[in-house]
Write a new protein. Sequence first.
Length: 311
Amino acid sequence: MTTSPPHWTTRAYPPAYRRAYAAEISGHIARVTSDRGRRAGTLEGAAVLGHALRMRTGLDSARPGGRLLAALPAFVVPVAASLCLTLLVVWRIPPLPWDGERACTPLAYVPWPAVLGCALAGRWASARVAAGAALLGAVASWPLVRWTDGAEGLAQNRTTLAGLALAALLVLLAPPDLPPVTSRARRAMALVALALGVPMLVGAVTVFDTVSGPYTTTEARADPLLLFVCFTPLVLAVPAALAMSRTRYGLALAALLIAGSVLSFVPVGWLAEVPYAAGGLLAQEVFGTGALALVVHAVRDTRERRRAVRR
């Protein structure tokens, strides 16, 4: 009986794990390649490499960091998909004079509704593939928008592209053996997508009159990114606070949110530069999320102590 030589991906595992399981993992990759072809073997090797790197960084499903990453996609996916769907709709609407021109990067937007659709259908492997396409689209859009719209267009899109790339990376880094495909997780994704996407879509396409000069008004629409900044913390405030109150480091995370929302408004704070006073609203919402998490944690701790006394 011949044994398969160690596959190169097994070198990424911690030494003790590699010594114990390298031969078994290498044999599995060899069998997949033999039975299903080179492409399937390559994908299996990529999955093994991802698992090894998660073990190296402590972000596998057996550790708190990995479990935290596994919980994030249920919120990251609907948030990113709602923003991208709104930007795609606005992109197809001719701008009004007061709206101004905004460079658009559909390569970074289009994959996200597919990520959400696959996740809601319970097909998490397909959702991860779409997230990979979203990451590539965001990265490719960076030089593309610089070429088509110049430095000003890149400045308009830089933060959005970086945020979408980070969202896709979080989905890809989440342990695949803890997919958010339970009925509870999918229900949460659907609710967040509706609660965020509907008001953003309505607000972004609604025409209103704005003062453009003395005794004159001009038709305009709300900036989708401004709506995103205003609505997202409001929609996620309660679920984020509940999630934080359950985690091992919930108190530290809540305190970080409270401190961050306060410090962000000092003269050097970036929130002071958010237009239309949205920075103040954002700071209040983030502060409220942290405060709510502290309250929920205190209530739960009190209940647990009372139960322990009764026993």
